[in-house]
Design a protein around this ligand. Sequence first.
Ligand code: ADP
Ligand code: MG
Length: 367
Amino acid sequence: MNWDDPAETPERLVGGAADREDQAVEAALRPKDLTEFIGQERVRQQLDLVLRAARQRGATADHVLLSGAPGLGKTTLSMIIAAEMGAPIRITSGPAIQHAGDLAAILSSLQEGEVLFLDEIHRMSRPAEEMLYMAMEDFRVDVIVGKGPGATAIPLELPPFTLVGATTRAGLLPPPLRDRFGFTAHMEFYAPAELERVIHRSAGLLDVEVAAEGAAEIAGRSRGTPRIANRLLRRVRDYAQVRADGVITREIAAQALEVYEVDGRGLDRLDLAVLRALLTLFGGGPVGLSTLAVAVGEERETVEEVAEPFLVREGLLARTPRGRVATPAAWAHLGLVAPQTPPQPQGFGAGGGTGAPGTGQTGLFGS
Ligand SMILES: Nc1ncnc2c1ncn2[C@@H]1O[C@H](COP(=O)(O)OP(=O)(O)O)[C@@H](O)[C@H]1O
Ligand SMILES: [Mg+2]
């Protein structure tokens, strides 16, 4: 591999979704029980109570909904729930269940107490969703036999089971489905100190030597996401092995991530291109999404769904009704100086002049 050729580096090192290598490695890195699970203190405490109480009653745990961005530990927690309950786990996903019959087949083969993990539950088909309502509430499904006017519904009793649903888009779940979960855990992005612990733990499992400052350097670029922290750790390990003595120091981590174009704050090439265009071509905005996308040579959707969420979260970019606007932090991050705010006309709007640079212009590029 040529370290200096960005064309040979992966497409998006800081994406939240799992790539093939992640899937292969993650099984080995997953915490196996609640005490090993780092961070998410509140979720962990609440879940511990829910599971402990169910165990004491000798009952099946309530249905659990896990919501949060990709890579925050939803799949990991579902497996922990099963492990803590001493129950087997069945794993499937919304997109895999296209027909109600697919779901009926899974539900009717569950054992008593089994955990059914339904990933991306917001992407299930409507008929399957309706079947799930009844299964969750009454542990019963109606299996339709035959077609047309002769079709009959045969009720089928199910053993009690625990549904663990995971979603990146809790807002897309129909309220009747959301209401049938006894416990909903909202997973937050991780603090840098928590990601450092994740990195140290993974480094131990991967048998990599990492200095405290090296872990901190990687954590600061991991966008609050354990999956990204683990992925960056693997790339930095490669670099440390080829270019140094294998030990991940702060300098080695910083050099490696420079090669991979992940900056000090976790922004990658796409994020930086969007930000730079907004600042240098449009004076910080406001500029419409389509114009911004053309300026960086990307699809609207790519800019909106891939780059912007993190920029917004980091307080570098704001979405306003008149278009995208850079914040003062964006100018500072790129080491650029914001143009002078045009003088505000007196008497218009209290506190004028506190707005972002460029908001004084008319909506020439407004979306
Ligand atoms: N709290 C955590 N502590 C340690 N490692 C974690 C934690 N959360 C996630 N991970 C790591 O991140 C990876 C991605 O987690 P995963 O559960 O697959 O995320 P999700 O299902 O939310 O996309 C896992 O392999 C696991 O090693
Ligand atoms: Mg997952």
